[in-house]
Design a protein around this ligand. Structure first.
Ligand code: GUN
Length: 300
């Protein structure tokens, strides 16, 4: 936490992860290996373009070989699959990521399944999803939930035995987050409730949370009526709302009404600067892990 305030500075904690990753990149250099990441963007979703650029730039800064592949919104499925096949067999590439969401003519599940599980640094391939669900440690875990665990570790939040309420059930955040918190171990063993858009009496449930994870994708959805005093609140939402006074005509807000919730909770992540930077940090950590595994040095 920064200077006694209860705001979890994801940017600063991400830099700590980057420093560790950079050491691992340097250790691989001794073996003549440079971790390689390919980031694929299909179409021109403006938010996705920014995320992809951030991933590409940060990877280059840490000494990765980073390839950004931009394809038009009407890119035929066959062409995308050909590109993924080529990346799967390219020994300079250890991690492959296709930015979500995809244009509607492309089936996300089919695309993810076309990535080699050993290079699926997003942890979305069915093999990696199954490994997480089964508690096997040799797969890849999705970056946002992994980043959230790292934040909890940083503030020494006692996860075991706590009641974690995850609001949202996406394959990118909600589901893997719930699975991770359920795992045995010092960052698991939580009692996990998953709430979603069909949940009745949401506030009655979220108010029971020691740890509240908001991954709904609705701006300012949760307020002080949803939060118990002293809870830790992790806001995964990155929502653009129109703001004529902002330089770009919009500003970013989370799923949580920050001003209202910050005074009552033990710790809260801001938007931007909370979970977002952690996601990139864990993506690069997963990619260096993929490179280590490719040369038989992998920790699991
Ligand atoms: N879109 C939003 N978050 C993510 C992510 O973690 N990975 C990918 N590939 N796309 C995303």
């Amino acid at each position: 936490m920064s200077s006694g305030v209860n705001i979890l500075d994801g940017k600063a904690i991400a830099e700590e992860v980057h420093a560790e990753t950079q050491r691992r990149v340097e250790a691989l250099e001794v073996h003549g290996i440079r971790p390689g990441l390919a980031v694929v963007l299909v179409g021109d979703n403006p938010a996705s373009r920014i995320y992809v650029e951030n991933k590409h730039r940060t990877a280059s800064r840490l000494g990765f070989f980073s390839r950004k592949i931009e394809l038009p919104a009407d890119c035929p499925k066959e062409q995308l699959h050909e590109i993924l096949n080529a990346l799967n067999s390219d020994s300079a590439i250890h991690g492959i990521l296709v930015q979500s969401p995809l244009p509607s003519h492309l089936d996300e599940e089919e695309v993810v399944a076309a990535i080699s599980p050993e290079k699926d640094v997003d942890g979305f391939h069915p093999v990696n999803v199954a490994k997480l669900a089964l508690g096997h440690s040799d797969g890849f875990v999705p970056c946002t939930p992994l980043g959230i665990l790292r934040l909890l570790q940083h503030i020494r939040f006692p996860v075991p035995g706590s009641h974690a309420v995850v609001v949202g059930r996406s394959r990118i955040v909600g589901k893997p987050m719930a699975l991770l918190l359920l795992q045995r171990g010092p960052l698991g063993n939580a009692t996990v409730t998953v709430a979603h858009s069909q949940t009745r009496n949401l506030a009655a449930i979220t108010r029971q949370a020691d740890l509240l994870i908001a991954a709904i994708g609705q701006p300012n959805f949760l307020g002080s009526e949803h939060v118990r005093e002293g809870a830790v609140v992790i806001d995964v939402g990155i929502n653009r709302i129109a703001d004529a006074s902002a330089p770009r005509g919009y500003r970013l807000v989370g799923d949580v009404r920050f001003e209202e919730v910050a005074p009552i909770c033990r710790a809260i992540t801001p938007v931007p600067g909370g979970v977002g930077p952690m996601t990139i940090a864990m993506l690069l950590q997963n990619t260096v892990l993929a490179a280590e595994r490719a040369v038989g040095l992998g920790r699991s």
